[in-house]
Design a protein around this ligand. Structure first.
Ligand SMILES: Cc1cc2nc3c(=O)[nH]c(=O)nc-3n(C[C@H](O)[C@H](O)[C@H](O)COP(=O)(O)OP(=O)(O)OC[C@H]3O[C@@H](n4cnc5c(N)ncnc54)[C@H](O)[C@@H]3O)c2cc1C
Length: 575
């Protein structure tokens, strides 16, 4: 990997672009059946190359300063620091402020897959800048483009696309984090001129220091949970809402994470009031993939640093990478980064086919892969950064070596946009639904359609098949426990309480880890078929999947019930 261009200097990313992505399907979905595929893809490749050069040579060198200075708190005003502003100005000058918006509104009309490649490179350079870019510009622009009326589009999109204003997306509240349905911010219609009044508080809002915010609020009186929500756009000018504070934090220090207060804030409805949850879900699928890809960016940075360091640091007469334990760490990092990237861009392509092509098959597959990309990309990043730090020995904790920053930044990724546990619940909920609908799948190739239809050959293929078998074995154990509780009514769609589901909820993250590794093994084995030099990488990933799925199956089989017993005791203390 070279550090002067994060696109052309990263052979794995280039391989994904040149050999793994089915661009013809994306171009036809985005630009229409008659589009010139070759010319369009060449343009998108040039954009990646241009962005890769700017990001590597301008943004990456400023990352340590962005982190050191952090957020500026100046007489009650919260601002981004100067190196961060320079990064953002540079991106805006390249026309990359809101790259997914169509040219009519000043954007570049890039598909999701290309936008994600730029996001990955930015996250590799500086995750804080990537967050400000992604959440401050691209996300509000995408939501307004998708759900806004003509007036809202004209008012916000050109300025977001030029980087003249910055926005934010506010869902989380002090009492409503993973459980979004507990949100209490209200929106009440005032008069007949389309004005709504917001009242409530939002917590942990990235880029919340900006000029406008999209707020998820309860707009149907008496509604509960995820019903009766709407999205609203509020301008900040004339203190329409208050940016109360930016949190002091050890991760993505340059990105202001703000508490916002709405007291009689004037806003307009974005899309259909009442459909807020359905609407924002479209954004959440993309941003969950985006956070998985953030993890890949940070992990790439950590892996590159550790590889260089291990090649030049000599201990006991040889470079440390020639000591087997260090070499194994480097190979694990390489497999994790390449595996996460392969899976993430497979999902990104599906997302493009869903968004632009309304492809229902792609929608089902994207739904299966999205929580796995988020889980594997972010948990993988934490693991890779931990290994990079270890490889640096004592120097790993010294600021100049950057790996400490990568470690700190990686730690936010399994938390925001739905924690790893929430991703696990999503992944396992679907898997159990498919299993109970078609229990015979447990004696065939399993309930996952994508895993079932894969049959890679060679050693990687046989380890992949064994890993898939362990997932089925794990599911059989869990379904057998449910059957013992509910009897045959289970297969006729009996209602299941949290207590019935206890073992599944307990082991959800184990199943998710098994699924993610097995999908990584699949996608790398499929790539190795096209590119024989990738065979060893695919074999390593498949061997890892086999070991992980076997361990998790045993952990489920050996569950001694103590966790659920303890929960029962805590529950009785409450009653
Ligand atoms: C730096 C930063 C930036 C952010 N940016 C934004 C933003 O721009 N916009 C926005 O709206 N929000 C944002 N967030 C909020 C973020 O999405 C939430 O912090 C996250 O969803 C978790 O919510 P919580 O912090 O309330 O944790 P909780 O929901 O209280 O979770 C605490 C712990 O309990 C676990 N847990 C909760 N429920 C379950 C369950 N059912 N099963 C198993 N485990 C469970 C969680 O996994 C976690 O480990 C940001 C947060 C941070 C820290």
């Amino acid at each position: 990997m070279n550090a002067t261009n994060f696109f052309s200097g990263n052979p794995d990313l280039v391989e994904v672009f040149d050999k793994a992505v089915s661009w013809d399907r994306i171009v036809r979905a985005v630009e229409g059946e008659t589009a010139d595929v070759t010319a369009t893809v060449a343009t998108w490749r040039e954009v990646c190359d241009l962005a890769g050069r700017y990001i590597a040579t301008e943004i990456a060198p400023r990352a340590a300063k962005v982190d050191e200075i952090g957020v500026i708190r100046d007489d009650g005003q919260i601002r981004m620091n100067e190196p961060m502003l320079e990064n953002l100005r540079g991106l805006a000058e390249l026309g990359l402020a809101s790259p997914s918006v169509p040219p009519d509104y000043g954007g570049a009309s890039l598909p999701f897959t290309v936008t994600m490649m730029i996001a990955e490179m930015l996250a590799r350079a500086d995750l804080a800048t990537q967050v400000q870019h992604g959440i401050g510009w691209n996300s509000p622009a995408a939501l307004i483009y998708r759900f806004g009326n003509d007036e809202q589009k004209a008012r916000y999109l050109p300025r977001l696309a030029k980087g003249e204003i910055m926005g934010a997306v506010a869902m989380t509240e002090p009492q409503a984090g993973s459980d979004v349905g507990r949100l209490a911010t209200t929106a009440t219609q005032q008069g007949g001129d389309g004005c709504w009044i917001l009242k409530g508080r939002k917590q942990f809002i990235s880029a919340g220091q900006g000029d406008m915010v999209i707020v998820l609020a309860r707009c149907v009186a008496g509604s509960t949970g995820l019903d009766g929500l709407g999205m609203f756009v509020a301008d900040r000018e004339r203190d329409n809402y208050v940016v109360e504070r930016a949190e002091h934090k050890f991760t993505i220090r340059g990105s202001p994470t703000c508490a916002l207060v709405f007291e009689g804030t004037r806003a307009t409805a974005l899309g259909n009031p009442g459909d807020g949850w359905k609407q924002i879900l479209t954004f959440m699928n993309e941003s969950r993939l985006g956070v998985g890809i953030q993890g890949i960016g940070v992990a790439t940075a950590a892996f590159a640093k550790a590889s260089d360091y291990a090649a030049q640091r000599v201990q006991m007469g040889k470079p440390i990478r020639e000591h087997p334990m260090v070499a194994e760490m480097l190979l694990e990092m390489e497999t994790t980064v390449a595996g996460a990237r392969a899976l993430a861009y497979e999902a990104a392509v599906l997302q493009d086919l869903v968004m632009f092509g309304r492809d229902q098959d792609a929608a089902r597959d994207a739904r299966e892969l999205t929580p796995l990309v988020k889980w594997y990309g972010t948990e993988g990043a934490v693991r890779v950064c931990r290994l990079a730090l270890q490889i640096h020995g004592g120097y790993g904790v010294v600021d100049e070596y950057d790996v400490g920053r990568f470690m700190r930044d990686s730690l936010i990724t399994p938390i925001y946009e739905g924690t790893s546990q929430i991703q696990s619940l999503m992944a396992v909920k679907d898997l159990m639904k498919w299993t109970l609908r078609a229990p015979a799948s447990l004696v065939r190739r399993g309930p996952s359609r994508i895993l079932a239809r894969a049959s890679p050959g060679g050693r990687a293929g046989s380890d992949f098949a064994a890993a898939r078998g362990h997932i089925q074995g794990s599911l059989r154990l869990l379904v057998a426990r449910l059957l013992r509780r509910k009897g045959p009514a289970l297969l006729r769609g009996a209602e299941l309480s949290d207590e019935d589901l206890g073992p599944i909820l307990l082991h959800a993250e184990r199943l998710t880890e098994s699924l993610a590794h097995t999908h990584v093994a699949r996608v790398l084995a499929e790539r190795a078929r096209l590119i024989p030099e990738r065979r060893r990488l695919a074999e390593r990933a498949a061997r890892t999947a086999l070991l992980v799925t076997e361990r998790n199956r045993r952990a489920i089989a050996l569950d001694d019930g103590s966790v659920l017993e303890r929960i029962a005791a805590w529950r009785s203390e409450r009653s």
